[in-house]
Write a protein that binds this ligand. Sequence first.
Ligand code: NAD
Length: 302
Amino acid sequence: MSASRRVGFIGLGIMGKPMVRNLVKAGYAVVAHSRNAADVAAFAAESAAITVAANPAEVASQTDTVITMLPDSPDVRAVVFGENGLLEALRPGSLLIDMSTIAPSTAQEVHAALVAKGASALDAPVSGGDRGAIAGTLSIMVGGSEADFERARPLFEAMGKTIVHVGGPGAGQTVKACNQIVVAINYAAVSEALVMGAKAGVDPLKIIEVLNGGLAASRVMELRGASMIAHNFQPGFRVNLHRKDLAIAMATGREQNVPLPVTALVTQFFETLAATGRGDLDHSSYITLVEELAGYTIEPTG
Ligand code: NAD
């Protein structure tokens, strides 16, 4: 197997695992690492194309392209700068593609550190959720150089469908913060509409059906509306991760002198979900807060 068909992958969670499966399907050999060694070993047993590395440095020593899909900025910093981290073993000419959602400033810091080593980095966060990761239809927003973007394109095409180079280092993360504002406020709008309509006596599935045919149509309602009504909040995308993303959005708004009053309010509802023990539920559990405010719980129908 030529080096270019071998890729490192660090972070095998809800998103990372299906993304690796799609890389394997596209013909790549994957050198995988994640924090839970037993879990990685079980995952690697799925395919002869997946081998296990004990730490990030070991991944970097076996590949010239490494993808990371980790929860948050401190996790990416640990994997890049920490003991047995990528920086210890990356060779000049290597490329790091960080697909986690992290702060734009951390993405820029990682990029600068890799460039100082003669390597390079892209920030390439995704949207489309676990379903998009499984189907290989993620939207990928990429920050970094044009040349690095073109080099990474075949990998992106194995995992995603809408793939856009949005600007220089950190720009991908800025666009992801924009994405998370729109998704969070959408959840608020859909939750309030469904609880009001249902409490007024209308079948909420019918509300979804007709709203999705007009200007109110939304992917949130299309993909999660029915499971919200059924109170199925298995993640998916955990409230705690969206909380992290809203903190990034609020910080970015402050840096850019852009007030985000509606995002600020919705952020406080996400804080409430976490403070009341719902941090590990899917973010569609937002509807339960609206139900509590309304003193009404939607009865699953159909
Ligand atoms: P997850 O918590 O399911 O997975 C993260 C994985 O990283 C875990 O396997 C964990 O063990 C591993 N990890 C954490 N720290 C590590 C370290 N220091 N070294 C090695 N491995 C480490 O999270 P996820 O839902 O897969 O999300 C990953 C990223 O993708 C997050 O930034 C999230 O915001 C973003 N994202 C998630 C979704 C979604 O729907 N779940 C959608 C779009 C973007």
